[in-house]
Each structure stands twice: as C-alpha cells, then as structure tokens.
Design a protein around this ligand. Structure first.
Ligand code: 0O2
Length: 220
C-alpha cells in the first residue's frame, strides 16, 4: 500500500516525469516566443524603433507548483496542474512604452492559431499595492507524436519602468519575509504611482519628438 502524502507522491511524479512534462510547456513557450519576435521585427521595420526590450521565459518549478495547488485548495494531482494552473509556462515581455503593450496584445489576439483564454489588465486596473502589468493566458496548438494538444502559456507584458518596480518589490518582499508594514506598503504604492506617471510622460515626450520630426521633414 502506498503510504505517501499526496504532495510527496506528486513531487515524486514531477521529478520522474520532469522532462516529459516540461517538453510540452517548452514547446509552447517557443511558439509564443517566435510570434513575439516576428511582431517585434515587423514593428521595427515599419516604425524604425523597437517595441520590445526583453523577453524572458520560465517553467514553474515543482516547489512552486505544489505551493500554488495547496494555496488554491486544489487536489494535489497531476490533472490539476494541466487543467487548473495557467502559468506553468510563463513569458515576460518587457516593452518600451505602454502603447507598445496594447499593440502587441491586439496583434497576438488576432492570430488565428492562438486562443486567448483570459486577460487581466493591471495597467488600467492596478493591484492595490501598485503592481502594473498586462496578463494574458493563451493556448497554442502543439503536435506531440502526431496528436494536436493545446498548451497554455501565461504572458506578462509590462514596460521597462513597470518591470523595474515589480522586480524590486518582489525582492524587497521576499527578503523582508512578506513584511506587510503599512508604511512600506504605502511607500511601494507611491513609487508605483510615480513610475506610472513617468511612463505616461515618456510616451507623450516620444509623440512630441515624432511630431516635431514630422514638421521638420514637411518644412524641409
Ligand atoms: P512567479 O515566480 O512570477 O511565477 P496567483 O498566481 O495565484 O498568485 P493569479 O490571480 O492567478 O494569482 O495571478 P495574477 O494576479 O495574474 O499574477 C500572478 C503573477 O503575476 C505572479 O506570479 C507574479 O509574477 C506577478 N505578480 C502579480 N502580482 C504581483 C505583485 O504584486 N508584485 C510582483 N512583483 N509580481 C506580481 P507568481 O506565481 O506569484 O510568481
């Protein structure tokens, strides 16, 4: 009789089948990554500037998968991972300007072979702590041994400035062991708001420069 706790059994399973499981998610990440690079190149040819600064990806660690299943009160079973967790495969896209994010969302959503499952706009509706990003869960078709499977990928899109805040906030909270002191929470929120204002101003500055360049060319 197997006397192991469900979490131990799942951990054993994840360890044993790590490669087999991650293969699917890695393939899905590659698909979405390629789509993003094509969009970036297209945009750069058209607009003569880059819209994406950086693309990062990761597969959620076994420990993080177990933590999330437990936190969400989901059954500690392999089935829960595939059907309930949307962020096993994750891609983070760091853009230059806020409108670059919405342009990418629109272009990605229009691609017939990618299904948008869910979107969360934490730019228009920031989290109470000030966190801003655009989250999208998409499904892409992957062929394994001749069988088509839809695999989910969570795409997080943010500007360089939003990424700066999220990375530091993540570090600060992690190192302070989730200190929820009110003054620190308020200060972090205030920094996020300052950054959001700067993001908006940078976009307006870019448009002013573009307009001036256009006027100069028309008058030349
Ligand atoms: P990691 O290491 O990035 O994978 P949940 O996933 O249950 O926490 P939900 O509603 O399913 O919550 O997901 P949501 O709100 O779309 O956000 C999940 C991910 O967004 C997090 O993943 C972070 O990457 C990022 N995120 C969300 N809120 C914050 C925040 O306040 N600060 C920072 N720095 N990042 C945030 P994970 O799984 O927590 O971590």
């Amino acid at each position: 009789m197997d006397t192991k706790e469900p979490s131990e059994a799942l951990q054993d399973y994840l360890q044993k089948h790590h490669n087999e499981m991650t293969k699917r998610y890695e393939a899905a990440i590659r698909e979405v990554y390629t789509k993003l690079v094509v969009l970036k190149d297209d945009f750069s040819t058209l607009k003569k500037r880059d819209c994406i600064s950086m693309i990062q990806s990761r597969i959620k660690s076994d420990a993080s998968i177990l933590e999330k299943l437990t936190r969400k009160g989901l059954p500690i079973q392999l089935d829960s991972i595939h059907s309930k967790l949307d962020d096993i495969a994750g891609i983070r896209v760091v853009c230059k300007f806020i409108d670059d994010i919405y342009m990418l969302v629109e272009k990605l959503s229009a691609q017939g072979d990618l299904v948008v499952i869910e979107t969360k706009d934490y730019i228009k509706n920031p989290k109470p702590n000030g966190y801003r990003s655009y989250h999208m869960v998409v499904e892409v078709p992957i062929f394994f041994e001749g069988v088509k499977e839809y695999v989910r990928v969570e795409i997080q899109m943010r500007t360089v400035a939003m990424d700066f805040w999220a990375s530091l906030e993540h570090d600060i909270k992690y190192k302070k062991d989730s200190c929820e002191c009110e003054d620190i929470v308020e200060e972090l929120k205030s920094c996020a708001d300052t950054i959001a204002t700067a993001d908006q101003r940078m976009m307006e500055l870019r448009d002013r420069v573009l307009n001036k360049r256009l006027q100069y060319q028309q008058n030349a």
